[in-house]
Design a protein around this ligand. Structure first.
Ligand SMILES: Cc1cc2nc3c(=O)[nH]c(=O)nc-3n(C[C@H](O)[C@H](O)[C@H](O)COP(=O)(O)O)c2cc1C
Length: 394
């Protein structure tokens, strides 16, 4: 049985073995922006998840752009050295492609971590809070810090910081780069009329509000090799009556396409407390990706509440999106890709160390996964069948 989800995709010369992606997820485990042992364990498990691409978490382009004090950064040599080692070690484990998301948290910087963060708590001054920056001096909420409005020198610094981090990411060996322009982070702060009240050329009309994010993307495009995919995570809608709409997102992605961006991830939300976000339902953001794909013709990644193999398969098979990214499903089950492949009747590579748990090597598989279309055959200890790829170095 052939699977659309598990069919290969070539993006800007980079071949992904399949269209299943691990979405970037902050781990709040860095020290001074430097990756730690947790990143090896977490990323290592996901590199063997069956996904064709793993994208590492939002990684700040300058210290003030970190969401929390324990977010990853890529603005100094120690951070670059750690990520270089991480990428090299991951390549020894698996042929899964590895990407990085670069970000600047804008007015959502300097918050508490993990559980507290989800309550939207700003970091208190005595816990090391720093002053966030933003297009306009409008705080996220009542008890949040008022961000500093970026002047011309600040804008130039941030353009340079994104480009410099892109160069570092290339040197570190990442296959793909994604720029975070969603979820209330800095570039999204420029795009949304809720957070951008500037009266200079970067504020006002929709076209003017796109100006600074597009300058950043042009600088990143120059710094990041054309032979490696460059993507952008976009807010499809602010879910707010005075916020950005899907029409704005269409215009933004069309402009990104013109400057050579290779794909867009269509996400949503998180710009301001007054957003009226409908309750999440399975695949709730897929129609955004579908509209961008149809109207702009740029490859798109769908994300958000994609949990079932058949759901992911249908998104690709119907042409709604070119890739699907899953977040929490992979945290819940880092072997999600293996089980999705089995459920869809597709054979993917297992690390040789785990080959005895592969569906046709282990009758227990059928009991553990009754919905699978792959049948256990009691072939314990037989060598892997030729059609099964083996991971490099495994
Ligand atoms: C723990 C956690 C951390 C996240 N960190 C990021 C991030 O660094 N960058 C980003 O763009 N989205 C981030 N997200 C959002 C996810 O990438 C994804 O868009 C979201 O979880 C919806 O997909 P899901 O329903 O498959 O989890 C995070 C989500 C979770 C659960």
């Amino acid at each position: 049985m052939s699977s659309a989800l598990f069919s290969p995709l070539t993006l800007a010369g980079c071949r992904l073995a399949n269209r299943l992606v691990v979405s970037p997820m902050c781990q709040y485990s860095a020290v001074d922006g430097v990756a730690q042992q947790w990143h090896w364990i977490h990323t290592g498990a996901l590199m063997m998840s069956g996904a064709g691409l793993v994208i590492l978490e939002a990684t700040a382009v300058e210290a003030a752009g970190r969401g929390t004090p324990v977010c990853l950064g890529l603005y100094d040599d120690a951070q670059e050295a750690a990520l270089t080692r991480l990428v090299a070690d991951m390549r020894r484990l698996s042929e899964t492609r590895i990407g990085l998301q670069l970000s600047h948290a804008g007015r959502r910087a300097a918050t508490r971590t993990i559980a507290e963060r989800w309550r939207g708590e700003p970091l208190p001054a005595d816990e090391g809070a720093w002053r966030p920056v933003a297009p306009s001096a409008i705080a996220y909420d009542d008890h949040w810090q008022q961000p500093e409005e970026l002047d011309a020198a600040g804008l130039a610094r941030i353009r340079r910081a994104f480009a410099a981090s892109a160069t570092r990411a290339d040197r570190a060996g990442f296959d793909l780069l994604e720029i975070h322009a969603a979820h209330g982070y800095l570039l999204h702060n420029f795009l949304s009329p809720l957070t951008n009240r500037r009266t200079d050329r970067y504020g006002g009309s929709g076209a003017a509000r796109m100006g600074f994010p597009l300058e950043v993307m042009a600088a990143v495009r120059d710094a990041w090799p054309v032979g490696k995919p460059l993507g952008v995570r976009v807010n499809s809608t602010d879910w707010h009556p005075e916020g950005s709409t899907l029409d704005d997102a269409v215009a933004f992605v069309a402009a990104l396409k013109r400057i050579g961006v290779d794909y867009a991830v269509m996400s949503a939300g998180n710009i301001a407390p007054g957003a009226r976000i409908p309750p999440a339902s399975p695949g709730h953001q897929v129609p955004f990706a579908e509209r961008i794909k149809q109207e702009v013709g740029l490859p798109v990644m769908a994300v958000g509440f994609i949990v079932e193999a058949t759901q992911a398969e249908a998104i690709i098979a119907t042409g709604s999106a070119d890739m699907v990214a899953l977040g929490r499903a992979f945290l819940d089950n880092p072997r999600w890709g293996w089980h999705a492949a089995a459920a869809l009747g597709h054979e993917i590579s297992y690390p040789s160390q785990y080959i005895r748990a592969r569906p046709n090597n282990w009758t227990g598989f059928v009991k553990a996964h009754p919905d699978s279309t792959v049948v256990g055959t009691q072939q314990m200890d037989r060598p892997a069948a030729a059609q099964w790829d083996r991971p490099r170095g495994a």
